[in-house]
Design a protein around this ligand. Structure first.
Ligand code: MN
Ligand code: MN
Length: 496
C-alpha cells in the first residue's frame, strides 16, 4: 500500500515539485514569525483580489460566488474565503493551519548586564528541547509598540551582513557536573538568556561636566545615555552598566526606542538563516518553523489553485497553537466564528441558524504536520502506522495521548470520502500516528473546529526533527499536500 511519491513522479512532475519548493522556501524566509506570515500573505492576498472583510461590511457591500474576502485578527491570525456557488449554510470546505512556532520570547523587562555582557532575558514559547538553543546563531524578530501607538518592526540577524545573537554554552572541559543532569535540566529555562553585546560605552569624567564639548559629537542615543547617567548621579541612583548603556544608545539610534518600550514589545528569537535544501539529491527542505508553515503555505496557495468551487473555500491560519490555541488570536477565540457570521450577512444569509448550519455542515482539514519515522529512533514509532518522509501527504485520524485523550478522532465516513477524492486524482497519501502508544502525545486545532459538529481530520506531511531548530520535510510530500488541498477544496461535500 505504501508508495514513494518520488518513485511515481515523472520528469515533469519532479520539475513541478522542485519549483513549488522554491516558492515555499521563499515564504519560509519571509515569514519566520506569525506577524511576518500575516504581512506576507496579506500582500499576496490583496494582489490576488481578496477584499478586507470589515471594509466590505463598512461599505455596505455584498458577496457573490467567485468573490474573495479576508479578515486579519490582531496582526497574527487570518481567515480567507473564496465564495462558492452553493449556499453558505450548506457548509464550507476549510483548511486550517497554524503559523506560530516554538521559539524564545523576550521578557518584558529583559535587559541586564553581567560579567561584561549585555543580555536579553527570555521565556521560551511552545515545546522545545532547551539545550538545542545554545551556541547557535539566533535572529531577533518582532515589534516594539511605543506609547504614541507607532510600531517599530525589527528583523535582525537574517542577512549575512547583519549581526546575530546567541545563548552561551558551558565548555565541555568544565561540564563534568552538568553532564550528569538529565537532558530536560541540562539547560534550564532561565539560562536561555540572549547575549546581545559586550562593548562598554564609557562616559569619560569630563563628559560629566556641564559644558561638555564631546556631547556635540555624539549620536542622539549616546547623548541621551550620558544625560541619563548624570540624572541618575544627581539622584544618587545606581549607575547602569556601560555595555547595557551602549546597547540602549544603539537601540535608540538605529531603531528609535527606549528601554521602557520593551514593556510593550513582542520580540521573538528564532534560528538565524534561510531555508535550505537538504541532501545531495535536494529532496528535502531543512528550515526553522516548518511545523506548521509547511501546511500553512500550501493551504493558502490551494485557495488560489482551486478552480471551480461549489462550496465556499476557507483558509484559516492561526496563532498560539503551540501553547494550546488560547488567547484572542488562537483557534479557541471566536474571531473565526465572527468572521463567518459577517460573511453570511454579506451573502444575504444573515441568521444565527444559518451560522450554525454553515459550521456544522463544513468539512475541515486541520492542516498540521505529523511525525516522520526516524530509523535511528525506530523504537519510538510503530512502523505500520508511522508517517514516512516521501510517501505523500499524511492523514492523521487521531492525536492525543494516553488512550487518544484530548483527540479529535475523525469519522470513518469522512475518511472514506477523502480517500475517494484523493485516489480519484492519484494523489499519494499515507496515514500517520504520532508514535508508539503511551510514549508521549500532542494535539492540533482539529478538536476545536470539531466542536461545531463538522467533519475534521488532521492532514499534513511528516516532519523529521519536529520542534528542533531546523525541521526537515520532503519536497515530494509538500507538493502532494498542495494537490490534496486543492482536490479537497474542489470536491469535498460531506455534510454532517
Ligand atoms: Mn503543528
Ligand atoms: Mn508543534
Amino acid at each position: 500500500m505504501r508508495q514513494n511519491a518520488w518513485a511515481s513522479a515523472d520528469h515533469d512532475k519532479v520539475k513541478r515539485i522542485m519549483a513549488f519548493s522554491e516558492e515555499y522556501k521563499k515564504f519560509l524566509d519571509s515569514a519566520k514569525t506569525e506577524r511576518e506570515a500575516i504581512d506576507t500573505l496579506v500582500n499576496e492576498a490583496e494582489a490576488k483580489g481578496y477584499r478586507e472583510l470589515s471594509a466590505l461590511v463598512a461599505a455596505g457591500g455584498t458577496v457573490r460566488p467567485g468573490d474573495r474576502v479576508y479578515s486579519v485578527w490582531m496582526n497574527k491570525s487570518i481567515v480567507l474565503f473564496r465564495i462558492g456557488t452553493e449556499k453558505l449554510e450548506n457548509g464550507m470546505n476549510i483548511l486550517g493551519a497554524h503559523i506560530d512556532s516554538p521559539r524564545l520570547d523576550v521578557k518584558q523587562n529583559p535587559l541586564y548586564e553581567e560579567g561584561g555582557f549585555a543580555y536579553l532575558d527570555t521565556h521560551y514559547y511552545g515545546g522545545i528541547k532547551k539545550y538545542l538553543y545554545v551556541a547557535t546563531p539566533l535572529a531577533l524578530h518582532g515589534v516594539v509598540v511605543k506609547k504614541d501607538g507607532t510600531t517599530v518592526i525589527l528583523s535582525v540577524g537574517e542577512d549575512a551582513d547583519e549581526p546575530v545573537f546567541f545563548v552561551s554554552d558551558l565548555l565541555i572541559h568544565l561540564s563534568q557536573e552538568l553532564m550528569q543532569k538529565t537532558a530536560a535540566q541540562v539547560v534550564e529555562g532561565e539560562a536561555l538568556d540572549l547575549i546581545i553585546g559586550s562593548r562598554p560605552f564609557v562616559i569619560r569624567k569630563e563628559e560629566k561636566e556641564e559644558e561638555d564639548p564631546s556631547l556635540a559629537e555624539m549620536t542622539e542615543g549616546q547623548r541621551r545615555a550620558v544625560l541619563a547617567e548624570r540624572e541618575a548621579g544627581k539622584e544618587k541612583k545606581l549607575l547602569t552598566g556601560a555595555v547595557r548603556r551602549g546597547i540602549l544608545s544603539i537601540l535608540y539610534d538605529e531603531y528609535g526606542f527606549e528601554e521602557d518600550d520593551f514593556l510593550s514589545a513582542e520580540l521573538e528569537i528564532v534560528p538565524a538563516g534561510k531555508a535550505r535544501d537538504a541532501g545531495f539529491d535536494r529532496s528535502m527542505v531543512l528550515a526553522y518553523g516548518q511545523d506548521d508553515r509547511v501546511c500553512a503555505y500550501p493551504s493558502f496557495r490551494a485557495m488560489d489553485e482551486a478552480k471551480e468551487l461549489t462550496r465556499t473555500a476557507c483558509c484559516i491560519l492561526v496563532d498560539k497553537e503551540e501553547i494550546g490555541s488560547v488567547g484572542a488570536t488562537g483557534m479557541q477565540s471566536r474571531f473565526f466564528e465572527n468572521a463567518v457570521a459577517e460573511l453570511l450577512a454579506l451573502a444575504g444569509e444573515d441568521s444565527g441558524l444559518a451560522l450554525r448550519r454553515c459550521l456544522a455542515n463544513s468539512c475541515m482539514l486541520s492542516s498540521d504536520v505529523c511525525s516522520a519515522f526516524d530509523p535511528v529512533y525506530a523504537s519510538a514509532f510503530e512502523k505500520k502506522n508511522a508517517g514516512f518522509l516521501g510517501e505523500g501527504l499524511a492523514l492523521t485520524k487521531y492525536t492525543g495521548s494516553r488512550g487518544k485523550s484530548g483527540s479529535n478522532d475523525a469519522n470513518a465516513e469522512y475518511i472514506a470520502h477523502l480517500r475517494r477524492i484523493l485516489d480519484d486524482r492519484g494523489i499519494r497519501f499515507q496515514t500517520a500516528e504520532l508514535g508508539r502508544v503511551d510514549l508521549g502525545g500532542g494535539g492540533t486545532i482539529a478538536y476545536i473546529l470539531a466542536k461545531y459538529g463538522m467533519n475534521v481530520i488532521d492532514c499534513g506531511v511528516p516532519v523529521l526533527n519536529m520542534h528542533a531548530l531546523y525541521e526537515v520535510t520532503s519536497k515530494a510530500d509538500i507538493y502532494e499536500l498542495l494537490l490534496g488541498y486543492v482536490a479537497f477544496l474542489e470536491e469535498a461535500s460531506l455534510r454532517s
